[in-house]
Ligand binder design. Sequence first.
Ligand SMILES: NC(=O)c1ccc[n+]([C@@H]2O[C@H](COP(=O)([O-])OP(=O)(O)OC[C@H]3O[C@@H](n4cnc5c(N)ncnc54)[C@H](O)[C@@H]3O)[C@@H](O)[C@H]2O)c1
Length: 440
Amino acid sequence: MITQDLPLDRAVRKFADKSAIIGIVGLGYVGQPLALRFSDVGYRVLGFDISDALVEMLNSGRSPIQHVDDARIEAARGAGFEATSDFSRISEVDGIMLCVPTPLNKYREPDLSFVINTCEQIAPYIRDGQVVALESTTYPGTTKEELVPRLERGGLKVGETIFAVFSPEREDPANPDFTTSTIPKVVGGHTPSCLKAGLALYAQAIDKLVPVSSTEAAEMTKLLENIHRAVNIGLVNEMKIVADRMGIDIFEVIDAAATKPFGFTPYYPGPGLGGHCIPIDPFYLTWKARAHGLNTRFIELAGEINRAMPEYVLGKLVDGLNKRKKAVKDAKIMVIGIAYKKNVDDMRESPSVELMERLRDQGANLSYSDPHVPIFPKMREHRFDLRSTPLTPDALRSQDAVILATDHAAFDYKMIKEHTPLIIDTRGVYREPSDNIVRA
Ligand SMILES: NC(=O)c1ccc[n+]([C@@H]2O[C@H](COP(=O)([O-])OP(=O)(O)OC[C@H]3O[C@@H](n4cnc5c(N)ncnc54)[C@H](O)[C@@H]3O)[C@@H](O)[C@H]2O)c1
């Protein structure tokens, strides 16, 4: 008797025996580590990106991301990894993971144009038996409303001849404790067959998979995680302001509270939210909730508090300069650490940029120092003709003030303290009070 080889069985078998070819669309901070992981476990990987420069760089074995070594790209190249901007090659792959940006537009509404463009780009080349996973953070309903209809346009049926899942990326760049494989991965299918195919796609590359009942549940899981962070950071930023006014050290309080072995998770205040996720993703839910007649008040409030933090830091700078009979105008101010978080080179949504713009507007004589960002990069909405100033005792002594905005491990904090006339410390680096240190 001849048994029928169904597309689902075929897909599951190919992922299990690693004869499947993996396609990653969008080779940025998320797509690259994912491509490397699938290559490491023995799949042939084809990467797709619209940036020719990025494709060329990867194909020549060079890593565009600072915390990913060239050697890893070279090893993947040796194992058959290839990057391309030719989307007709989508027909070659069996599993497709979409890792393209999901920013906000200037009205703080979801900008799904990258996801939609990607779906349009791949739609003509998809074929039966493929598994398509959307990984970009987005509002509940995106997979069903935007991806599925485009996959079905050519006559394929999702759940029968092609499979669609949502599986949110949980990459935490430069975190030494977790890698792509050890971070559990949530997967939601458009149908039960889609879920089965999606689990098969990820099973060999990720240690622990967490199936959920729908693509919407998977989409909302990612938003809950990021909203949880945004709200708690908003709370601790508000607590910082209250503690400061009462003369209490917020970092001492957080450290003490964190000794509670249950029911408390420490979050740390800072100069504002940064990165591609936490300042942005919560508003994807706000937008969608509005369509259901609901307001997301926690999200809005946390956003309001977090967005006001650069203003608070500048207020502290003005007070510090004022005590020294100085104005911001013409003062020499250096911002230390301009990437959005410790030990990374990522500048997206960095609060340091807002601080720098406000200082420039007020006539400060501005410089910055960040070993991870040697030249101020081209950004869509921000422009500075600046390059990183090396931190030397002379460079620090010549400043009227420095704002310590991101606490990279590479900085020599003892030297900074010894030679800087005024430090505005937004990260709680300096725990001992000192005449030249202002907490902000
Ligand atoms: N960076 C993180 O730490 C992180 C963590 C979790 C989730 N995410 C989510 O993952 C998604 C991707 O984020 P990222 O940080 O990797 O972004 P990124 O900007 O680093 O990379 C996106 C890549 O997609 C490419 N691209 C854009 N449009 C394309 C198209 N139509 N076809 C093919 N390639 C295209 C860009 O050229 C770029 O190389 C976002 O939704 C983000 O919210 C990011």
